[in-house]
Design a protein around this ligand. Structure first.
Ligand code: ADP
Ligand code: MG
Length: 254
């Protein structure tokens, strides 16, 4: 992770009628990091993400992505970003290889579909339809489609919601691999553990504002240094660990 900003957001706001969904937020995303927008439902995470994705009009503020101004060069921004779509929107009668070829055609490029399926550990599903995939496999496939045009940045909106613990961990590994290969990742989540384990830096959003922005480690250290103590002794494992330990190798990957 560098300290070079690949996304700069300055005073971004969005109102829907009377509702101020995003209130004058400012932050930078650094090249090569996994940046998390963490917050409860309604915090304004998706609105913020969709504005960055050029899919939603902002009300005010400045946004620069990869050196391009969102107001002046949205077409240039589209070329360097990958946006995750729900697999329910993909042609249902095409298999995974055919879908990847179709996406490549839309991006005016040719790819080896199997290379992308290998990347997301779905080689054995090459001839499957998306409806035949598990929840985790669907997410991994839709992430593969975001990578076809070799974007500098990918956007993931709550990619692990509704997945079981093992599938979530598989997705975290995939997202870290994508980051390690040099792609910047912006992800929204309402899961605290996900933000802590996956993200290099986190912006905590609440009611349209960013109330804290730092690395998870710094946030925790700062809280501890302020004299905070957990009411109960923390155990070395949690129920999720127990479940994985008991069922671990017996459940399939997703
Ligand atoms: P999050 O992704 O954090 O759950 P959203 O950005 O989806 O938050 O929503 C923020 C607020 O804006 C919520 O109160 C939501 O109801 C509202 N909102 C989102 N989209 C629209 C829309 N298209 N029209 C009106 N209000 C919206
Ligand atoms: Mg949302």
């Amino acid at each position: 992770m560098s300290n070079k900003a690949i996304i700069s957001i300055n005073g971004l706001s969005k109102t829907y009628g009377e509702l101020q969904a995003v209130k004058n937020i400012s932050f930078n995303v650094y090249e090569g990091e996994i940046f998390g927008l963490l917050g409860p439902n309604g915090a304004g995470k998706s609105t913020t993400l969709e504005i960055l994705e050029t899919l939603r009009e902002k009300t005010s503020g400045q946004v620069t992505i990869g050196g391009f101004d969102l107001d002046k060069d949205p077409a240039e921004i589209k070329k360097i970003i990958g946006v995750q779509l729900q697999t329910s929107g993909f042609y249902p009668q095409l298999n995974l290889v055919e879908l990847l070829k179709l996406f490549a055609g839309l991006y005016n490029t040719t790819i080896d579909p199997l290379e992308y399926l290998r990347l997301v550990n779905l080689e054995d599903k090459a001839k499957s339809l998306t409806k035949e995939l598990s929840g985790g496999q669907k997410q991994r496939f839709s992430i593969a489609t975001t990578l076809i045009h070799k974007p500098k940045i990918i956007f993931l909106d709550e990619p692990t919601t509704g997945l079981d613990p093992q599938a979530r961990r598989n997705l975290w590994d995939l997202i870290k691999n994508i980051r390690n290969s040099g792609t910047t990742v912006i992800i929204t989540t309402h899961y605290m553990d996900e933000a802590e384990q996956l993200c290099d830096r986190i912006a905590i959003m609440n009611e349209g504002t960013i109330i804290k922005l730092d690395t998870p480690e710094n946030m925790i250290d700062e809280l501890v240094a302020s004299g905070f103590e957990r009411p109960k002794q923390v155990k070395a494992a949690n129920l999720e660990d127990v479940f994985l330990h008991l069922t671990g190798r017996m459940i399939p990957n997703d």
